[in-house]
Ligand binder design. Structure first.
Ligand SMILES: *Cc1c(COP(=O)(O)O)cnc(C)c1O
Length: 473
């Protein structure tokens, strides 16, 4: 399988392998990588998935994307290992909330949020590829909470990776901080920056922009635009649809959306042939995607804090992959449109492109009050506690769906104990951490507080990062 950049304007386009796409993340021209053509899941193949384990289906779905980057038995072992530690035998179990409404629990990984489902695989893919090349990378990232811990859990103890995560001191929740700072692995480094999340992000960008520094430490990122993350997220749409009757009947999905990564994976699964009903984009008050899908214009406004912080985003980076499709995979149009978006704050889109997008996605904005009301309502009618992100998926499904006879699945992207304050405010109950992490609040923390200063942070990294080349292959 070959990959191209969404901004590639050459004919024929420059083609890359899975391995190159995995390690690079973002394309040099600023675009995102997409497969040149998606592999197809035909009905007989889907029918054979029935009764298979999550890991078995994952291997089948990912194999064509990975191609010859890894031998088949290696990929199988890697995927089985990635999901072995999950807290539920089914890995991504379904719960029924109503007559044809289901909840897909994507919070049984090590950090209790859906990002584990992709990152546990992506960390191991990095390790497999880097081991063969005899190389090491230094992963640097900024986090406002969830992504940092998921990346740390994905990279802990890997000999091929050192990971440094910057977070704003005093501005992440205690559970989120402890999930990062209590990981006792020599290759994991957390930095509490005396500043805001934006300061952390600026420091990371500045480190990447410092070319001698970037090259000396082989800096890398595992951010949400990496194709390998989308690939691993396609899997749970397939397992869910199969569990609810695919290929004989379609299933709809409602996805709480920030960077458009998770819901784009739903779309990719649909393009691969998975029979799908409606795909609903749920947003919080930061509703740029809902405004685009419902009104046709995508214009940036300021980010406002909400009860669902992992969706407090204005520019959804993965949207570029959909846009690429909407403009007929014309890299030149994508490139000029996103340059304009950056400078003017409005993404150019024709009536036709908007209508095409509307045919693919419904969208619903759910504010904090409606989020809390949904947490209360679902608790009252089913006894299930939802975290605020998952509540947005349920509320958006209830409001936007048009075909009640098609089963609808709302994605639960975080465990309620990850956002205990919001849940307690809604129903007066403080959700408990699962037993396997009940001692999180007692574990020993390890972190370093540093000023918001590039030279200081770079010196810290220089001192602790291991050499990047000359590893024994
Ligand atoms: C990251 C995250 C989201 C948003 O996912 P995207 O792929 O960025 O759309 C939703 N909920 C939770 C809990 C998250 O951590």
């Amino acid at each position: 399988m070959s990959y191209i950049s969404t901004r590639d304007a050459q004919t024929p386009p420059h083609r890359l392998s899975f391995e190159e796409v995995l390690l690079a993340g973002l394309a040099r021209d600023g675009g995102l990588y997409v497969p040149e053509a998606l592999p197809q899941l035909f009905a007989p193949t889907l029918a054979k998935f029935s009764g298979r384990s999550y890991a078995e289906i994952a291997v089948r779905v990912m194999e064509p994307f990975v191609g010859d980057a890894l031998p088949a038995d290696k990929l199988r072992a890697l995927v089985e290992d990635a999901y072995r530690g999950f807290g539920h035998e089914a890995v991504a179990p379904l719960k029924q909330l109503g007559p044809s409404l289901w909840l897909l629990e994507l919070f049984h990984g090590p950090t209790l949020a859906f990002k584990d489902y992709a990152l546990q695989v992506v960390g191991r893919l990095f390790d497999a590829v880097l081991s063969r090349r005899g190389e090491r990378v230094t992963i640097v990232g900024a986090t406002s909470g969830d992504t940092g811990s998921a990346a740390i859990e994905a990279c802990r103890d890997l000999d091929t990776v050192d990971i440094f995560i910057l977070y704003p001191e005093g501005r992440v929740s205690e559970v989120q901080r402890r999930q990062m700072t209590t990981v006792a692995s020599a290759n994991v480094h957390t930095i509490a920056v005396q500043g805001t999340f934006d300061d952390c992000q600026d420091l990371v960008k500045a480190m990447f922009a410092d070319e001698p520094f970037r090259d000396a430490h082989n800096l890398s990122a595992v951010n949400s635009i990496n194709w390998a993350r989308i690939m691993a997220q396609i899997v749970y749409y397939v397992t869910t649809a199969v569990a609810l009757g695919a290929p004989s009947r379609p299933v709809g999905f409602s996805v709480p959306t920030g960077n458009f990564g998770n819901v784009y994976a739903a779309h990719a699964a649909r393009r691969m042939g998975l029979p799908m009903g409606e795909v609903i984009v749920g947003t919080n008050r930061n509703d740029i995607l809902a405004r685009f899908l419902n009104e046709g214009s995508m214009t940036i406004t300021g980010v406002e804090p909400s009860l669902s912080p992992s969706m407090d985003i204005q520019v959804s980076s993965n949207f570029e992959r959909l846009y690429h499709e909407l403009v007929g995979r014309d890299g030149k149009s994508v490139s000029s449109a996103f340059t304009e978006f950056r400078s003017s704050g409005t993404l150019p889109a024709t009536e036709r492109q908007w209508r095409d997008a509307q045919a693919l996605f419904a969208a619903q904005r759910i504010d904090d009050e409606a989020t809390k009301a949904t947490i209360r309502e679902v608790y009252r009618t089913t006894g299930e506690l939802l975290d605020p992100h998952s509540a947005i998926a349920v509320a958006a499904a209830q409001k936007a769906r048009r075909y009640p006879s098609v089963p609808m699945v709302a994605l639960a992207t975080a465990h309620p104990a990850k956002f205990p304050d919001a849940v307690e405010a809604a129903v007066g109950i403080r959700p408990k951490l699962p037993s396997r992490m009940a001692d999180l609040l007692e574990r020993k923390e390890r972190t370093t507080v540093l000023p918001n200063d590039l030279a200081t942070v770079e010196a810290f990294l220089r001192e602790r990062a291991r050499p990047v080349s000359g590893r024994a292959a």
